[in-house]
Design a protein around this ligand. Structure first.
Ligand code: SF4
Ligand code: SF4
Length: 80
């Protein structure tokens, strides 16, 4: 049973939240990110049995492209 526990990563300017158990590992967020700060995390497996995503928060420009494109509402990006 998925727990829908958020994974929260932030720096001084923004907070990136992802819900691993909502993610179906489609890769759209990784594809759309203009600064390539998203990648696969092979150490964290989703409830679908696939790799989740991870972020290099310092590189993120908080454009919210990943949040908008995610079909499963598994990402939220907010300014701090
Ligand atoms: S908010 Fe923009 S820059 Fe940050 S991870 Fe998402 S797509 Fe990449
Ligand atoms: S777009 Fe959403 S469902 Fe697809 S890999 Fe990214 S977080 Fe997971």
């Amino acid at each position: 049973m998925p727990s829908f526990k958020p994974k929260i990563i932030s720096d001084k300017k923004k907070t990136f939240t992802t819900w691993t158990d909502l993610c179906k590992s489609c890769g759209l967020c990784i594809h759309v990110c203009p600064v390539k700060c998203l990648s696969w995390d092979d150490k964290k497996i989703t409830s679908h049995g696939l790799s989740s995503i991870k972020i290099d928060i310092e590189k993120c420009i908080a454009c919210r492209g990943c949040e908008r494109i995610c079909p499963d509402l598994a990402i939220e990006v907010k300014p701090n």
